[in-house]
Design a protein around this ligand. Structure first.
Ligand SMILES: *Cc1c(COP(=O)(O)O)cnc(C)c1O
Length: 379
């Protein structure tokens, strides 16, 4: 008997030694909160997005909330979004006093079904907040066509799609307001953090005010507060972590694609009846996650997850449908409202995917899953 393989987590950040040393330098520098490293990080991010203005914040959630404020969204307004996302996407809509309006997802892309948006638009609709689930971009051409037709702002929740592209350009380089997250599970991390790509310097100035108490400084000792801001600034320590990730972004994305190809190969060698694989997009998608949908007939997802864990493999659920959470049911949403999302959210399962995984890991995961779902067939 060979020794059991080490536990394979669902995801794991990759931090190089230079970054760790860089963080120590910041800690010793005498300036550890927002300062020169934040400015450097913003400049490096801006270069990724075609030179557009970028401001960083202490979370992707704060970034989204500030994007909504910059778009002027508040009480009485409606924002159209997807139910199949991290709950932050719609919590921020409630946070600014507006109402989230969920539109069902497309079962193939698992993203918001753009063709169902028009029917959800009312005179109160102010914006669309789409999410690129697992990094697969929502069709930007169609999205902006619909937004232009109805005079709506777009707040792209691109938390998962840093490194993805549309029409050959990085997500973030074109479009209205684009929000990213640097949570440790995301493709680029600053431990916690996020950034917003803005349209112009006036919006960037407003973002700075919302970021830190609304404060505007002038001269040596002048200060004014004209808008109500919060406390959302990123530390220089976090910014240094993020800076150390940027040179690796392309290699991280390439590695994820390679591993996903290995997943597809492993599944074609070990097919599982009724299992749905993700759309095989190797052009636009950064493969933030690799998600399968379990067969309707499979034993419960929880049982599958337990058995995968016993086999030394971590899995995850991304996501329960938001409209069925108690907070959202209280707003009138109920079972049956969004059938595609409801069917997906019961069966979707995230398998391990991160750049430092080994070439052999995808086959190991697929074999374990096959032996759980097709025990009669597995050898
Ligand atoms: C991670 C994530 C967020 C929130 O980002 P935080 O940095 O965790 O606040 C928002 N939306 C989506 C789709 C995410 O995946």
């Amino acid at each position: 008997m060979s020794a059991p393989l080490p536990f394979l987590p669902m995801t794991q950040p990759t931090i190089d030694e230079e970054t760790i040393a860089g963080v120590c330098e910041v800690l010793r520098s005498g300036w550890i909160t927002s300062g020169p490293k934040v400015k450097e990080f913003e400049a490096a991010l801006s270069a990724l997005f075609g030179g557009r203005p970028v401001r960083v914040f202490n979370s992707g959630t704060a970034t989204l909330e500030i994007a909504l404020r910059i778009a002027g969204i508040g009480p009485g307004d409606e924002v159209i979004t997807t139910p199949l996302t991290w709950v932050a996407s719609s919590n921020v809509i409630l946070e600014v006093g507006a109402r989230p309006v969920f539109v069902d997802v497309d079962p193939v892309t698992r993203n918001i079904d753009l063709e169902k948006i028009s029917a959800a638009i009312t005179p109160a609709t102010k914006a669309i907040l789409p999410v690129d689930l697992a990094g697969l971009p929502v069709d930007r051409d169609r999205l902006y066509e619909i937004a232009a037709q109805h005079g709506l702002r777009v707040i792209e929740d691109a938390a998962q799609s840093l490194g993805s592209t549309w029409n050959g350009k990085p997500i973030g380089a074109q479009g209205d307001l684009i929000s990213f997250s640097f949570h440790p599970n995301k493709n680029l991390t600053s431990i916690e953090g996020g950034c917003l790509v803005l349209r112009n310097d006036a919006e960037a100035f407003l973002a700075e005010q919302y970021r830190l108490q609304g404060v505007v400084r002038s001269g040596v000792d002048g200060m004014d507060v004209a808008v109500l801001g919060g406390k959302f600034n990123l530390t220089d320590v976090a910014a240094r972590v993020g800076l150390g990730q940027i040179p690796h972004l392309e290699e991280f994305t390439a590695r994820r694609r390679q591993l996903v190809k290995a997943y597809f190969e492993a599944f074609s060698g070990h097919p599982i009846a009724g299992l749905e694989l993700p759309l095989a997009d190797f052009t636009n998608c950064n493969w933030h996650m690799f998600q399968v949908v379990l067969p309707e007939s499979a034993e419960t997802r929880a049982a599958v997850m337990e058995k995968m864990k016993d086999a030394g493999i971590g899995t995850g659920v991304h996501y329960p449908a938001i409209h069925l959470f108690t907070l959202y049911r209280a707003l009138g949403w109920k079972e049956g409202d969004l059938p595609n999302a409801e069917s997906l959210c019961r069966r979707i399962l995230t398998l391990p995917l991160f750049p430092s995984m080994s070439d052999a890991d995808p086959l190991r995961v697929v074999k374990a899953l096959a032996s759980i779902l097709e025990p009669a067939l597995s050898r």
